[in-house]
Write a protein of this length. Structure first.
Length: 965
């Protein structure tokens, strides 16, 4: 179908109309900040006298603020003899200062100085026995020093403020510190953050290093990360752009002295930025930042030698081995991301592969079935790269797959793609950008990238229009310049030889200050804050309901921000193997009127996509697009579903791909854990219904898939729509499109059939060759209870605090200790509690013992209880469910048998919960339940005689996990 000129430029028109204002300076302000108004969000920028850059985006839709503090320094600034330094510095900046977490710094300081000197001595010593002796002294002194401090105070103060998340990241050229805070906590947050960066104290260094060791162990088990690190090493054969965590050798020989030098050099205001998006007053926030951060001293940055852009002059190849499925990873090196043609590089990446009709997506049939792919850009300070990853199927070799990729690259270089793809790709990039800026987190991410790459915000906005000016000749010239040589890593199946870092003996840090606050902590807590009143969703006024002629209910929330829509059609249905396969089948076969490629093309042209997802609860049709194209979008999607062709050849190809996928999953730790949890929690009958087995695949018939998909539209269904169209328009459109007679079928989710699998405590063992053991305790708890739901949330947050303190912070036994409550989707569903830790085999027994003891004898301490309760009070008070979230929240409430915002049962009542109430809840709702234990790792490294105390030992084969026995 030929598309009109007006249609092609719809999103560009949207940008031009809405965001045509020029950047300007504010004239009515005490502060002469710069206003940037030529984009979908308005940015105010201001620079303090010391060089600190401030980016502010005021948005009043919820009383929260997304924050970033960014430093322009990362792993690329690591000294060559101290790799990984930028990353473990990021970890150390959570451990306090001479005021935060300090109870007697005068006594702590000389001990820390001795520890620093011992680390230097340790680093310069080659004798292994002497190294152990020195480390033992470090451990002893660290325990003594911990008596005068509390390194978790910073995190606890943040948690009590109601922080949505507390995290950080290290990249090649930047380090970032991330928070989501209630708007009434802004002054507290700035006071705390300014102190955090004023005079940090690197206490708890040896336990933090253990955490980094475990992070490295996690990454050396991940084939993607191994391939990426090898790709960097292979491509950039110099000291720059190497693995962010450093090497095993550098981590075994760390330097506190070098860490301090790094901090003093790069953590200076003229190398930093504060980025805020959310509910605040501009004048007030600039004044607060100036008050708290204006005292940081400007420092001249070192004249860093700019590494030459490593444009490749020949192909570079390397090979690694992992237990996972074979794949290839490739790099093409491009020009800097702040160059004049950077938008073309971004455009080429999307044109190459977008999951719909990119050059790869519409390549020849063999390429499509063999090239399971990933494509995106990696940005560095002085250049960028196009990263590609693919897994072969159908027995082709990695070299053959490589040639398929090169053939698709040649299509770009010769312009062998239709002209319409240029406008469609530009529209797609605009659409993705609009989706991203619809949230505060998306906005701060965009500004972070701009600051990191040295790109003006005006240019970020202007780029959205520049996409529409790109011609086919631009693509041909760009790809012929940069896509001639590449670096490639072949990931083959086999054992890797990465070094496991030996566990040193560590004494748990002193806990005598664990319930105390420093003088600074007390000062932070004393800052008066006006509470934010919670706001519940009113389902009568915050969403509108329409009933179609066939009885289908349509739930509508108006999109006031842009012209994008989200549509969900939820069908009641039973589980079937045919529906599980249908989502893949409908994307590969056509109809009597269109081929599959034509359907994808027409949808992509109008900025739409869809997916049919069938899981244990229901089948849902997801559609995203542009509101003005809603009718055309629905026509194409319904054509794809209702008029499906019977195509046995395509089904057989999909079955073969699924069989390959199953074989690949058998060598994937996370997939093994998922299968084990399904089997252990729900039993074999239910577990077999979640995922397709070889036996299921052998029985599939194309004709039955068609019938099952077609019958969906006669089942009870409900629509959830978030978009800009009025209810009247939607009533007319949906009545035309969804007019099938509904057949009443009384189906509940199969979850109702699940029996309690936790009658006894069992230990399930899965053999997997790895440097780590995955430990997972899982317990089935009670069914949904509206009056206790808030207590489960309180318990999840409390347990999370305790398990991370005892396993990660105190002893460095793991990179992360995961703890979660799986909340019931339906009123008849159960709560499930999971704890999960990955640790080295030599730390396994200690970690396992701590984990089990926390479940059975959780220490209920008043200070931790108050901290967690205060966090939830503040978090819930400032939380707002808005936009499309209202529809999801309504659906959850309905499924739980409630016609109102169920948070009413606990948001306002949390302040009345006592320590005794919490203790009683733990005893009755958690402790009395049985927990099963799942262990995945090298069983030859485990002393299985010590596992009997945890329950009956049952070894699970991969055949059992995948329903093949």
């Amino acid at each position: 179908m030929k598309r009109s000129h007006k249609q092609s430029f719809f999103l560009l028109f949207l940008f031009l109309i809405l965001f045509s204002c020029n950047s300007q300076n504010s004239n009515n302000s005490h502060y002469s900040y710069k206003s940037i108004d030529n984009g979908p969000f308005k940015v105010k920028t201001y620079t303090l006298k010391n060089g600190l850059e401030i980016f502010l985006v005021p948005k009043k839709d919820k009383p929260r603020i997304e924050t970033r503090i960014i430093v322009r320094a990362g792993s690329n600034q690591d000294p060559t003899h101290a790799r990984g330094l930028a990353h473990y510095l990021e970890h150390l900046l959570f451990n306090g200062t001479d005021k935060i977490g300090a109870f007697n710094f005068e006594k702590e300081r000389p001990l820390l100085t001795k520890i620093e000197n011992l680390f230097e001595k340790h680093r310069k010593t080659d004798n292994l026995e002497k190294k152990k002796e020195i480390y033992a002294k470090i451990d002893s002194l660290s325990f003594e020093a911990s008596k005068y401090s509390r390194q978790s105070e910073y995190s606890d103060l943040m948690i009590e403020m109601g922080i949505g998340f507390l995290n950080a990241f290290t990249r090649t050229d930047i380090t970032g510190y991330m928070n989501s805070i209630p708007s009434n906590q802004l002054e507290k947050w700035l006071t705390l953050e300014a102190e955090r960066f004023k005079n940090p104290v690197f206490r708890g260094f040896h336990t933090e290093l253990e955490t980094v060791y475990e992070e490295m162990n996690v990454r050396t088990q991940n084939g993607y990360i191994l391939a990426l690190n090898k790709l960097k090493e292979n491509t950039f054969n110099n000291k720059h752009y190497q693995a962010i965590l450093g090497t095993a050798e550098s981590l075994k020989n760390p330097s506190l002295l070098e860490t301090k030098k790094f901090y003093d050099t790069y953590y200076v205001p003229n190398n930093m930025a504060i980025i805020l998006s959310g509910d605040f007053d501009i004048e007030n926030v600039i004044q607060l930042i100036e008050t708290h951060f204006g005292k940081m001293a400007y420092k001249t940055l070192p004249s860093e030698k700019k590494p030459a852009t490593p444009l490749l002059t020949s192909n570079k190849k390397a090979t690694i081995y992992t237990p996972e499925k074979e794949s290839i990873s490739m790099y093409y090196v491009l020009e800097p991301s702040n160059s004049a043609n950077a938008h073309i590089a971004e455009f080429v990446e999307m044109l190459f592969l977008n999951g719909n009709v990119g050059v790869v997506d519409i390549g020849d049939v063999n390429a499509k079935t063999n090239w399971f792919n990933t494509s995106y850009q990696h940005y560095y300070k002085n250049f960028s790269t196009h990263f590609l990853e693919g897994e072969p199927v159908d027995g082709i070799s990695l070299t053959e797959l490589e040639n398929i990729v090169l053939k698709d690259i040649d299509r770009l270089k010769t312009g062998e793609f239709p002209e319409w793809m240029l406008k469609a790709t530009a529209n797609d990039l605009n659409k993705r950008f609009l989706s991203m800026v619809d949230s505060n987190s998306g906005i701060v991410s965009i500004i972070t990238e701009a600051f990191a790459r040295g790109i003006a915000i005006e240019d970020v906005f202007a780029k959205q229009q520049k996409f529409h000016n790109i011609t086919k000749q631009d693509i041909i010239q760009f790809t012929n310049k940069y896509y001639n040589h590449y670096s490639i890593v072949y990931k083959r199946q086999g054992e890797n030889d990465f070094q496991k870092l030996e566990k040193p003996k560590i004494t748990a840090i002193s806990s005598e200050n664990s319930t105390k606050n420093s003088a600074f902590g007390k000062k932070i807590k004393s800052i008066d804050v006006s509470p934010i009143e919670p706001k519940l969703v009113d389902f009568n006024s915050d969403l509108e309901q329409i009933t179609l002629k066939n009885g289908t209910i349509v739930n509508v929330v108006k999109n006031e921000n842009n012209d994008l829509f989200n549509f969900r059609l939820v069908f009641d249905n039973h589980i079937s193997n045919e529906l599980k396969m249908s989502s893949k089948y409908i994307k590969q076969v056509g109809t009597s009127n269109y081929s599959s490629e034509e359907l994808k093309t027409e949808l992509y042209k109008i900025g739409a996509d869809f997916n049919l997802v069938s899981n244990k609860d229901n089948t849902t049709l997801f559609i995203n697009g542009i509101s003005k194209n809603l009718e055309r979008t629905l026509d194409l999607v319904l054509e794809s579903l209702v008029n499906l062709k019977e195509d046995k050849k395509t089904l057989n190809s999909l079955i073969k791909s699924e069989l390959d996928k199953i074989e690949n999953q058998k060598n994937n730790r996370s997939q093994l854990m998922t299968r084990a949890l399904n089997l252990v929690n729900y039993g074999p009958e239910y577990a077999s219904k979640i995922s397709l087995t070889k036996s299921d695949l052998d029985k599939l018939e194309a004709k039955e898939i068609l019938q099952q998909v077609s019958r969906l539209f006669n089942r009870k269904q409900e629509i959830y729509f978030y978009g800009s169209k009025s209810s009247k328009e939607l009533f007319e459109i949906f009545n035309k499109k969804f007019n099938n007679d509904i057949v009443s079928v009384n189906n509940k989710s199969v979850v109702t059939k699940i029996k309690n699998q936790n009658n006894t405590n069992n230990v399930y063992l899965i053999d997997y060759k790895s440097k780590q053991i995955d430990i997972c305790f899982t317990g089935q708890l009670n069914t949904f209870n509206k009056n206790k739901h808030g207590m489960y949330i309180l318990f999840e947050n409390y347990f999370d605090q305790v398990i991370n303190e005892q396993i990660r912070e105190t002893k460095g036994l793991a990179y992360n200790a995961y703890n979660t409550i799986e909340y019931p989707k339906y009123y008849y569903s159960n709560y499930y509690h999971y704890t999960s830790v990955g640790t080295q085999t030599d730390k396994f027994e200690e970690t396992l013992s701590i984990n089990k003891n926390l479940i059975e004898n959780l220490p209920i301490e008043e200070s931790t209880f108050k901290t967690v309760k205060k966090r939830l009070e503040t978090l819930w008070g400032s939380g707002r469910i808005t936009k499309n979230g209202i529809l999801y929240h309504y659906e959850r409430a309905k499924n739980r048998g409630l016609g109102y915002d169920y948070r009413a049962h606990y948001i306002k009542g949390i302040s009345d919960v006592t320590l005794e109430d919490f203790q009683k809840f733990y005893e009755e709702s958690i402790k009395k339940h049985n927990y099963n234990l799942i262990l995945i790792g090298d069983l030859n490294e485990i002393d299985r005689s010590k596992l009997s105390e945890y329950g009956k030992n049952i070894e699970l084969s991969k055949e059992t996990l995948f329903g093949e026995d």
